[in-house]
Design a protein around this ligand. Structure first.
Ligand code: SR1
Ligand code: MG
Length: 422
């Protein structure tokens, strides 16, 4: 009997034959191509195509960090991803991959092949912004957040879901890597010599460290909705075929765009759990700051401005969708309209501070972002400094400002002023 505990390009065909749930998706006896395409930190990912062109993706968790085999990692995260993806498919099938099978014994998910899409971070790095993705993702976060919170889910079901989705090991990675390590000496941290003074200033800022400490506690203790948990631009696929060319290459339309229409999908939800809704919005917002920092130091100011218009669009789409769902809340007896206003203000405030935390971690700590890392050192130093300034301002000034557009405009100003001073 073949060992499927760690799949390889040689064993996936036999593995598919062993999964009756996939028999209708792909002809495992006539496999034409197998590619291993995993490029994240944690998993094996195979794209498999049969002789008729039908295809599936298999994602298998490794028992350690892919880039550091000495760092063990629970394989149970696959079951968490299956829970999150299953619930998100129900709430919003438009914005996640179709989900075909989960094999708890071998930690394998079978999902839709989205190879005709591109990873949003790579597109941003190449100057294609895909602005519409912010609107779609705002709707995705609203639909999934509402449906998996007590507003849309029976209270007993919400608690059962929270129990099923509890994800202690991966949550701890976020607690350490996002909220703690950047603010202390740690072997995971690394910056260019020219950014060491920037990091020292960050750590010496007691008000900032207090905000991060409070944000960490909110991350650890809030059980609002079933979040994706790692919704950076590398966890988003975009496809913009057939777009109006008036939006030009800035919006991802182009002669080489694949066929099939516009589509935005969030994938890789293994960090998910029932947590603070604002965390997913903050993750996207943070990564837009990184993309704008890259554009700024490359002198692409118009593009930086466009990118930093997207946190506002993300929020606007989220808010509109959430407000649209509000009349369907399960218990309007005490959840009147004032509750909605408080709820939205809290989510917005959380999103801003989580954005700051997640931008800073990608500069200082483990698992950096290619937006910044692929810049040559002089520009990388400036971009890193700009992100740290923008994120610090965001965390500290957000309380008085209730407009995401205004906060993002402040970030753009911070990036520009750092680039000018450099
Ligand atoms: C050890 S995992 C490092 C990072 O990769 C994932 O994408 C998460 O962001 C995590 O923090
Ligand atoms: Mg990931």
């Amino acid at each position: 009997m073949t060992d499927f505990s760690q799949l390889s390009t040689d064993t996936v065909a036999a593995y598919l034959l062993s999964r009756p749930a996939l028999a209708e998706r792909i002809d495992a006896s006539r496999i034409a191509a197998v590619r291993e395409v995993g490029d994240g930190n944690l998993n094996l990912v195979f794209v498999i195509t049969d002789a008729d062109g039908a295809s599936v993706v298999l994602k298998q968790s490794l028992p350690h960090v892919r880039t550091d085999p000495s760092w063990p990692m629970t394989r149970e995260r696959s079951a968490r991803e299956a829970t999150v993806l299953g619930a998100h498919v129900e709430a919003d099938p438009e914005h996640v991959p179709a989900f075909f099978d989960f094999d708890a014994r071998h930690y394998v998910l079978a999902i839709e092949n989205l190879s005709d899409h591109r990873v949003w971070r790579n597109e941003l790095n190449e100057g294609r912004v895909h602005a519409y993705a912010a609107d779609e993702l705002g709707r995705y976060v609203a639909r999934t957040a509402f449906a998996t919170s007590p507003l849309g889910l029976d209270p007993l079901e919400h608690k059962r879901l929270a129990a099923r989705a509890v994800n202690p090991e991966l949550a701890q990675i976020t607690e350490d890597l996002v909220f703690t390590e950047p603010y202390v000496e740690h072997e995971h941290n690394a910056v260019l010599p020219g950014n060491e003074a920037d990091v020292a200033a960050l750590r010496a800022d007691r008000a900032l460290v207090r905000e991060m400490g409070l944000a960490k506690l909110r991350f650890m203790t809030t059980a609002q909705s079933l979040i994706h948990g790692d919704l950076h631009t590398g966890s988003v696929f975009v496809r913009n075929a057939g777009a109006d060319t008036a939006t030009d290459a800035r919006d991802g339309a182009g002669t080489d765009a694949p066929a099939g229409g516009r589509s935005v999908r969030a994938f890789d939800s293994e960090f998910g759990f029932v947590g603070p809704t604002g965390f997913d919005l903050g993750a996207l917002w943070a990564n837009l700051i990184l993309a704008a920092a890259r554009a700024t130091v490359l002198g692409e100011h118009e593009r930086a401005e466009l990118v930093l218009s997207l946190p506002g669009r993300l929020w606007a789409a989220f808010e509109a969708e959430y407000r649209g769902l509000w009349p369907t809340r399960l218990d309007p007896r005490v959840w009147g309209d004032e509750v909605l206003e408080h709820l939205l203000a809290g989510i917005r405030d959380d999103a801003a501070v989580f954005a700051a935390a997640k931008a800073i971690r990608r500069i200082v700590g483990f698992a950096k972002a290619s937006d910044i890392e692929t810049l040559e050192p002089a520009r990388r130093e400036l971009a890193a400094r700009g992100v740290l300034h923008a994120a610090r301002n965001l965390a500290l000034t957000r309380h008085g400002i209730d407009s995401v557009e205004a906060l993002a405009a402040e970030s753009l100003a911070a990036l520009r002023s750092v680039a000018r001073a450099g």
